[in-house]
Design a protein around this ligand. Sequence first.
Ligand SMILES: Cc1cc2nc3c(=O)[nH]c(=O)nc-3n(C[C@H](O)[C@H](O)[C@H](O)COP(=O)(O)OP(=O)(O)OC[C@H]3O[C@@H](n4cnc5c(N)ncnc54)[C@H](O)[C@@H]3O)c2cc1C
Length: 380
Amino acid sequence: MKARVTVVGGGFAGLAAVHELVRWRRRGADIVVTLVDRRRFNVFSPMLPDLISGRISPLHVCYPLEPHCRRLGVRFLRADVRSIEPERPAVVTSRGEVESDYVVLALGCETNYYGRGEMARLARGLKSLGEACTLRDRVLGMLQIASHVAYLLRRRTLLSYSRLARVCRVLILEKGPELLRNCSPAVRAWARELIERYGVELRTETSLAELTDDGVARLSDGSLLPGCAVAWAAGVTPGRAVAALPGPRGPAGRLGVDRHLCLPGFARVFAAGDVAGAVPPGEAEPLRMGVQFSLAGGRCAAANVVRSIEGRPLAVFDPLDPGYVIPLAPGQGAGVVLGCELRGWLPYALHCTVCVLRSWGAANRWGVFADLWRRGRYDG
Ligand SMILES: Cc1cc2nc3c(=O)[nH]c(=O)nc-3n(C[C@H](O)[C@H](O)[C@H](O)COP(=O)(O)OP(=O)(O)OC[C@H]3O[C@@H](n4cnc5c(N)ncnc54)[C@H](O)[C@@H]3O)c2cc1C
């Protein structure tokens, strides 16, 4: 009988897992694959900041999952995953249970409001297409977003950044003493300089204490800001669907997995992408969240499903880490690539190139390329 493999979540890790499973099936692996996601389409999140600044069309960051699965011979179930039963294993969804022989968890993370109901209701997260579009309409930002917002406003109002700052304040609140704490001092200094140039105000060691229905924000230093639209980018955590799973948790509540990306104690459940805090061999800390590790994790988890079915030893998850770039504003970025610190237009160009190459499907790839080339026509 064919082994039933259910991939939960159609983001980067989930789609990479599906592609890997289809590749093994073409080579003769006896499997049927189901992909479950609550959304009809995959969202290319690294392009959301460019969507906010009007450089990218929302059409080009969405990739429809159902037709893609049909082409691959994979069943697609659009449903909300409620919980996972790891012993059987089974996936409990809003449309019933999906009985499986193997499960690959690739549910990503959600905005963490730290239990603050009013923030969840009044502030905008930055994880989904809907949130990005709403924010773009209401206009505000955090570090990566704030300078994009300033760029959008400047183009719409033809004001200089300094005059713009007088009529519309874009403020970043950072609870800690420093922005981008995990980056090098040079990258941090450059980011600070850049946001100042864009007229964005930074307040460190300050947090949002309260937000009222009519948009008044009270900060931890006691100051009041009326007429605010708030973008909440204070952290992410795995969603409720995996909350009841037993086992260790890493930073941000990410699922603990072994070096094969298997959930400890459950040989037929694997996890990849942001939801899993995979620690590579020889390291003490889990890998940071990011597209490259999600893709590599999805592929590794899927290959280990097939290895497990065939009774072969499982592969160790040990991805290459070429570095990172942070697109801080249109045309400006910073990062560390192959050990070299970069800043200015080059890391931004690298980011755009990688986004074009990694977009799903030729139409989106071309669309993202054309949008970036034209420098955006989506200012509304
Ligand atoms: C604004 C922004 C900018 C970013 N920029 C970069 C960047 O420049 N470079 C970089 O490397 N990374 C970047 N990232 C991070 C990157 O997007 C993530 O690391 C990556 O998307 C993680 O992939 P994933 O497959 O684990 O999860 P996701 O891509 O989040 O996919 C998870 C999928 O699971 C589905 N899902 C979740 N819960 C449920 C449920 N209960 N039921 C059914 N389906 C569910 C979701 O609909 C989604 O399709 C950025 C993220 C954001 C939000």
